[in-house]
Design a protein around this ligand. Structure first.
Ligand SMILES: *Cc1c(COP(=O)(O)O)cnc(C)c1O
Length: 360
């Protein structure tokens, strides 16, 4: 079979070992004679999966004892409303940074539950650059940020700005979680849809400091109250068992690679190679502001639009999948999540170089 390079933005590439282990587990999970798909979620066998996944997250993120790790349903989009529902009263203020499509969606949901103050916005730059200055009202219940903007390809490089804000921090880290060293303990709530860097679609990872919970007046549906999930160790109801398991396998793989610092080093090399290639070839042009360039999602265009289709066809012929930009932005977007190898990026950059040379 021809080699396929998967640059999809999400669901996206996962380590090959994870696919192999998972396919074995579908047939016979840990020599139980049962498939992982038919295993009760309240068995000791599955509890071991839950315990290991939680322990791996704590270890890889170097979390302190205050933080709880949850695996929930509903994708990151559910967190857009579950967060304000749990943290924000009708008459209170939450501060939001507006840095792209996903943060705009979080803002929209936040407004359903209280006052949202948008403290900065990249809208005027078409979201190709991140705003550099903002003031957070001291009364804000929390400050929400999107650490990596998957669609436009920007990423906050320096998070110190947020650590200094003086209010609880909430972050959507869906597309860069566990890709770089971050002081995760600075955050009171982190959420990430698993399908980009953690595992398979269908499960959300949430890291929360319980001290910020239980302060709203409204009645919360049982399934929406984080405290119930903490109390029940992510087994309040049937969890997405298989997706949960894939996360555990991917976390194990990450640990085998040497953890977050080790993968960050490779991620830096991958991103540097691709951006250097884009910058060195006049045919291509990066669309994100240089200082805000994402190391996970690289967005660029071809200077001559007539060549766009031709380049996409070439990618297709060479087994490069998922290179087309998001429908709202156009051009190209190449995602370099943890499981993408440096060799995969080298294959793409040589294709780009050859193409640019041929087109003069
Ligand atoms: C993909 C993505 C989402 C949406 O995730 P779903 O799981 O599909 O709801 C939210 N935020 C960011 C930053 C994303 O990249």
């Amino acid at each position: 079979m021809k080699t396929i390079y998967n640059f999809n933005a999400g669901p996206s590439i996962l380590p090959k070992e994870v696919f192999e282990e998972a396919s074995q587990a579908i047939l016979n999970f840990n020599n139980t004679g049962l498939s992982i798909l038919e295993l009760g979620h309240r068995t000791d066998t599955f509890q071991a999966v839950v315990d290991e996944a939680v322990a791996l997250v704590k270890e890889l993120m170097k979390l302190d004892d205050r933080h709880e790790v949850l695996f929930l349903h509903g994708g990151a989009s559910t967190q857009f409303f579950q967060v304000p529902m749990n943290l924000l009263n009708d008459n209170e203020v939450a501060a939001y940074t507006d840095t792209g499509v996903w943060s705009s969606k979080a803002i929209k949901e936040g407004r359903l539950y209280g006052h949202v103050e948008v403290v900065c916005s990249g809208k005027e730059s078409g979201y190709h650059a991140l705003p550099k200055q903002f003031n957070v009202p001291k009364t804000a219940k929390y400050l929400h940020l999107t650490t990596n903007n998957t669609i436009h390809g920007t990423q906050w490089q320096d998070l110190q700005l947020f650590y200094d804000a003086g209010v609880p921090l909430v972050a959507d880290m869906s597309s860069d979680i566990l890709s770089r060293v971050v002081d995760f303990n600075q955050f009171d709530l982190i959420y990430a849809g698993a399908q980009k860097n953690v595992g398979a679609a269908g499960v959300n990872m949430v890291v929360v400091n319980p001290e910020i919970l239980g302060k709203v007046d409204r009645k919360l549906p049982t399934m929406m109250d984080y405290r119930n999930h903490i109390e029940n160790g992510s087994l309040l109801n049937t969890p997405p068992v298989f997706a949960f398991y894939i996360c555990m396998l991917t976390l194990r793989w990450l640990k085998r690679q040497g953890g977050v610092a080790a993968i960050e080093k490779i991620n830096n090399e991958k991103a540097a190679l691709l951006y250097d290639t884009i910058d060195s070839l006049p045919a291509f042009k990066g669309t994100a502001a240089r200082e805000d360039r994402s190391k996970m999602n690289v967005s660029f265009v071809i200077e001559d639009p007539a060549l766009e289709k031709e380049f996409l066809t070439l990618c297709k012929e060479n087994g490069m999948v998922g290179v087309k930009g998001h429908r709202s932005v156009g051009g190209f977007r190449v995602s370099l999540y943890n499981a993408m190898s440096l060799q995969g990026v080298q294959a793409l950059t040589s294709l780009m170089t050859d193409f640019a040379k041929k087109k003069g």
